[in-house]
Write a protein that binds this ligand. Structure first.
Ligand code: NAD
Length: 487
């Protein structure tokens, strides 16, 4: 595994001494012992990182061609492929993600983001001529500038890459602020930037807490903020950016609904539905945590889910067979247990789980839990729990399922499970969320990802994800001009 103890921060292309002697101790979710440690970034480190990012933007990187930038992203991608086993092991140790998920959902997904944005950089029209009503207009898509990427702990490398890769693709520079729970994987990314020859100052990484994050968000020399995290923090960051008229992308929480149609083959869908509902130990913004089933089949669905969730292997996340590992921190387990109690208090019925798994006294485990008899107005149906807790909600029919799915402050993801894909598409069109899958759970790198309503503002991935890192400029030209396009 990569180095676990660090004394430096990645700023300006090198490992440099931090401004203060503050340190972050990373506690293993599995052993509850220190796994590693790293300097805690302070506002002065952020200042140094923003200065380095501005310097790179004003220097050669700001004048780089799309092909040169695509080469840099490709080199990072090659390193991701080469180091994927190490990275997956590190994420499993740091986050507690089951190793299988670390390979595909964490590291594999990150590599795919690099691959996608490298290809998009090569094909994207950074300049185009439009035959305007007043004559030719050259439309340029210029770098947005110095970007701030604020990243949560649950999928740290992938979410970092949803910001870093399009920033690089568009010619911007970035300061990433990883969550204090996951600085070790962030430092592994920093080392990859060095080894891939990312030009100095283009990427800077300062692990720190939220106060230092606030300093970055409001730093006068930052042009754009991209935040992924809780809706509560997103509101504050959005407000700060609004006041500053700063460009901002917000990827926030979710409470997504899986609609089980009457014609769904429960045996066939169960493995994928369970994976979609409990991925990353339930610590996923897109987890399908509300299961909507018609009253016709409600008991059958509850029974099938109960059986499947009870069978999830809980234990050491480093074991490839494990389906559910420990939660990220003791306070996260307390939060999840608080919601389990709230579900009981509101009259929902636990059909499996609800406690701590027997024989796992060390590590922040909770049992994967299913609640039946849930009303959509209950807290366990409305609030994001961020743990392996499912709420099965009865509905009248497909129309009612759409109503209940939409009866949520959130609008991030959703799924429908049906024997009739056309009927599923009809439902998909009516649910107000940013991404949706018919019969399965999927992400698509070439298509926009993001939230309706309280799940966020803006999109990542796809050309829309690159557009979020570009400023458009129109240059009106004299009639008859045929400009040579620059990339
Ligand atoms: P969090 O909001 O507590 O923290 C996220 C990051 O923001 C951390 O790096 C934190 O240090 C920083 N931060 C917090 N408050 C800040 C502030 N005022 N100014 C600057 N930085 C600040 O969230 P978390 O607990 O780390 O992550 C879990 C949340 O993230 C869940 O709500 C989940 O749904 C959401 N999430 C959303 C997506 C998405 O794409 N929509 C993806 C993953 C996670």
């Amino acid at each position: 595994m990569s180095d676990l103890h660090h004394d430096h921060l990645y700023i300006g292309g090198n490992w440099v001494a931090p401004a203060t002697d503050g340190r972050i101790s990373v506690i293993s979710p599995m052993t509850e012992q220190e796994l590693g440690s790293t300097p805690e970034g302070a506002p002065a480190d952020i200042d140094a990182a923003v200065t380095a990012a501005r310097g790179a933007l004003d220097g050669d990187w700001g004048r780089s061609t799309a092909a040169e930038r695509a080469d840099v992203i490709d080199r990072l991608y090659a390193l991701f492929l080469e180091r994927s086993d190490d990275l997956a092991n590190l994420i499993t140790a740091e986050v507690g993600s089951p190793l299988l998920f670390s390979h595909f959902g964490q590291v594999g997904a990150t590599g795919m983001a690099l691959d996608y944005f490298a290809k998009l950089t090569r094909s994207f029209a950074f300049e185009e001529v439009r035959d305007g009503m007043m004559g030719p207009a050259l439309v340029r898509h210029e770098p947005v500038g110095v970007c701030a990427g604020i990243v949560p702990w649950n999928v740290p490398l992938f979410i970092s890459m949803l910001k870093l890769a399009p920033a690089l693709a568009g010619g911007s520079t970035i300061v990433l602020k990883p969550a204090p729970e996951t600085p070790l994987s962030a430092n592994a990314l920093a080392q990859m930037c060095i080894d891939a020859g990312v030009p100095d100052g283009v990427v800077n990484i300062v692990p720190a807490g939220r106060e230092t994050g606030q300093h970055l968000v409001t730093h006068p020399d930052v042009d754009k903020v991209s935040f992924t995290g809780s809706t509560a923090a997103g509101r504050k960051i959005g407000a700060a950016c609004g006041e500053l008229l700063r460009r901002v992308t917000l990827e926030l929480g979710g409470k997504s609904a899986a609609i089980i149609c009457d014609d769904a083959d429960l045996d066939a869908i169960m493995p994928e539905l369970i994976a979609a509902s409990t991925m990353n130990n339930g610590q996923a913004c897109v987890a399908q945590t509300r299961i909507l089933a018609t009253r016709n089949r409600y008991d059958e669905v509850v029974e099938a889910l109960t059986e499947a969730v009870a069978a999830i292997p809980v234990g050491d996340p480093a074991n490839m067979e494990t389906g559910c590992g420990p939660l990220i921190a003791e306070r996260q387990r307390a939060r999840v247990e608080g919601y389990i109690q709230a579900g009981r208090d509101e009259g929902a019925r636990i059909t499996t789980g609800g406690g701590r798994p027997a024989g796992l006294d060390t590590g922040w485990f909770v049992e994967p839990t299913v609640f039946a008899d849930v009303d959509n107005s209950m807290r366990i149906a409305q609030e994001e729990i961020f743990g392996p807790v499912l709420a099965v909600i009865p509905v009248d029919d497909a129309h009612d399922a759409v109503r209940v799915a939409n009866d949520s402050a959130y609008g991030l993801s959703g799924t429908v499970w049906t024997g009739d894909a056309d009927a599923g598409l009809d439902i998909a069109r009516r649910v107000r969320t940013g991404t949706y899958t018919v019969n399965g759970f999927a992400m698509e790198w070439g298509a926009p990802f993001g939230g309706f309503k309280d799940s966020g503002v803006g999109r990542e991935l796809g050309p829309e994800g690159l557009a979020a890192y570009l400023e458009s400029k129109t240059i009106n030209l004299p009639a008859g001009t045929e400009p040579k396009l620059a990339y």
